[in-house]
Design a protein around this ligand. Structure first.
Ligand code: ATP
Ligand code: MG
Length: 501
């Protein structure tokens, strides 16, 4: 199995936008090639061209020296190119096994007809899951029951089942916890040893040094250069990505937060999901939620926001006891929620960037119901500026933005509501390190204006850097509360994994 990939002068334009410009480069086989670059630099565009999902405007590429002409994803798949795209693509109503073998379910003869061989499909899926050492996903489970992280795991299992010659991974780890990342890396190494070529997109610098052999950097659609990881340092790569742009700074630690609680939660339970969750969130505080994938962090936030039902417990928001929260009521009381899964619940893909930035805040922008682009424009402009959203024109559909820029729109949409309390669920998922820093700086600025937030992240480093206090959840229970200043990364990891220091 050989899979070298060679691009010559590949360009992709969308009207005036050059998503990829004159890209010429060779990716050797049997190696892991990281693709780096800030949000909107053209990484996904390159992957999509290779995957047959979009056609280049100009230029061509070769596979093992043979010119390739893909007009659809099936062509690429037939050539052994398998892709895990940035946005999840599973069919929620189907089971895990059905999703893995979609369009190629094993069949058997039953008299004159051929029927789907369900026992075999399930056994094959179970074998793949076992091979990847994934114990908590059942092949018969509907995908809609899975967390985002588990869905991403299923996408990867599915990709592996095609036995790729070239594997394209577009931010495969953004929703994975440490253990799943280790499994993925073990698999990637196995494939590499078999000569598979792997293109790997990530915004996590530390992953490069663990898994990549080379690093290729894009900036504004142009190739900046490629280096061997053996010769690389984080500084060199950041320099290649951002050039002379100011480097990311850590936010300075702040003083004490006011001690009046804005949100008080006691004994919150949802059967089989989480149990007896209690905490206070103070004015101007950033409370981190740490935990492994499936610890129940998102589920707790969703229930408080009224998106999922509760079985018990009390919630007091800004002095008001809330019985049976609904998203509408919670929003009126000043709660904002940026969800982890932007495609499903964060954005309306067909609407413009402008409209998506106003979705949650129409009641505030136009209290009497009459709105206009003119009235909305300052709110839109402010978020585009503060969050540095890279958009050619705010009236383009939000789907035309790169993944990280879509994430910023989700956040801007809720900041426009002027919330008292914000839930940030994985806000830095898929955003480059500079944009991540901008988001954290906005969280700190909001906090100093008295906005309180809960910050969920699967990266403990971020929680230690950004939060004032961290609550650790494990198997749906609060197991510890830690102070970032007095906790090391290793300690926090350990509490997340084992429930105690
Ligand atoms: N359908 C489209 N219409 C218009 N512009 C597009 C379209 N698809 C992508 N673009 C633009 O092409 C550029 C490159 O986007 P791409 O998705 O390749 O970025 P990326 O490097 O993957 O970023 P991220 O890290 O945020 O995922 C961006 O400026 C994006 O807005
Ligand atoms: Mg992308």
């Amino acid at each position: 199995m050989q899979g070298s990939v060679e691009f010559s002068a590949v360009t992709k334009t969308y009207g005036p936008i050059r998503a990829l410009a004159d890209f010429t480069h060779r990716f050797g086989s049997g190696r892991v090639h990281a693709l780096m670059g800030k949000n909107g630099s053209g990484k996904s565009t390159l992957i999509k061209i290779l995957a047959g999902a979009i056609l280049p405007t100009a230029g061509d590429f070769r596979l093992n020296g043979v010119p390739a002409h893909f007009t659809c994803p099936r062509d690429a798949l037939a050539a052994g190119i398998v892709t895990v795209h940035q946005e999840l693509s599973l069919v929620p109503g189907l089971s895990v096994a059905e999703n893995i073998f979609l369009g190629r379910l094993s069949r058997r003869r039953l008299g004159p007809v051929s029927v789907i061989d369900w026992p075999r499909v399930h056994a094959d899926a179970a074998r793949l899951l076992t091979e990847m050492d994934i114990g908590d996903i059942d092949p018969g489970q509907p995908v809609s029951d899975l967390s985002v992280g588990q869905q991403q795991t299923v996408e990867i299992v599915k990709a592996m089942s095609f036995e790729p010659a070239v594997l394209l991974l577009d931010e495969p780890t953004s929703a994975l916890a440490a253990r799943e990342v280790d499994h993925l890396f073990a698999l990637v190494r196995r494939l590499r040893a078999r000569g598979v070529t792997i293109l790997y997109i990530t915004h996590r610098l530390n992953e490069l040094f663990e898994i990549a052999d080379t690093c290729t950097v894009l900036r504004d659609g142009h190739l900046v250069g490629a280096i061997e990881m053996a010769d690389a340092t984080p500084e060199i790569i950041v320099e290649m990505m951002f050039g002379d742009v100011a480097k990311a700074r850590r936010p300075a630690r702040r003083g004490a937060v006011a001690d009046d609680p804005v949100l008080s939660v006691r004994g919150l339970s949802r059967r089989g999901v989480f149990e007896n969750i209690s905490f206070d969130l103070h004015r101007g505080e950033i409370l981190g939620f740490a935990g492994m994938l499936g610890a129940g962090r998102t589920e707790v936030l969703r229930a408080i926001f009224g998106a999922d039902p509760l079985d018990g417990g009390t919630i007091v928001l800004d002095g008001v006891p809330v019985q049976g929260p609904t998203p509408r009521r919670m929003k009126e009381l000043g709660l904002g929620y940026t969800p982890e899964n932007r495609k499903e619940v964060g954005l309306v893909q067909q609407l413009s960037i402008h409209d998506n930035l106003c979705l949650a805040s129409l009641g505030r922008i136009a209290p009497r119901g009459m709105t206009s682009r003119r009235r909305e424009r300052p709110h839109v402009a402010r978020q585009i500026r503060d969050l540095a959203i890279k958009a050619a024109d705010p009236l383009l559909p939000v789907s035309s933005l790169s993944g990280g820029n879509q994430q910023k729109v989700v956040i801007g949409n809720w900041l426009n509501t002027g919330p008292k309390v914000m839930f940030f669920d994985e806000p830095s998922r898929g955003v480059d390190i500079q944009a991540k820093q901008q988001i954290f700086e906005i969280m700190w600025a909001e906090a100093s204006r008295g906005v309180s937030s809960i910050f969920v992240s699967s990266e403990p480093e971020e929680l230690l850097d950004v939060a004032d206090r961290i609550l650790v959840l494990r198997h749906g229970r609060g197991v510890a509360e830690v102070a970032p200043g007095e906790t090391t990364l290793a300690q926090l990891f350990r509490i997340c994994m084992e429930g105690h220091p």
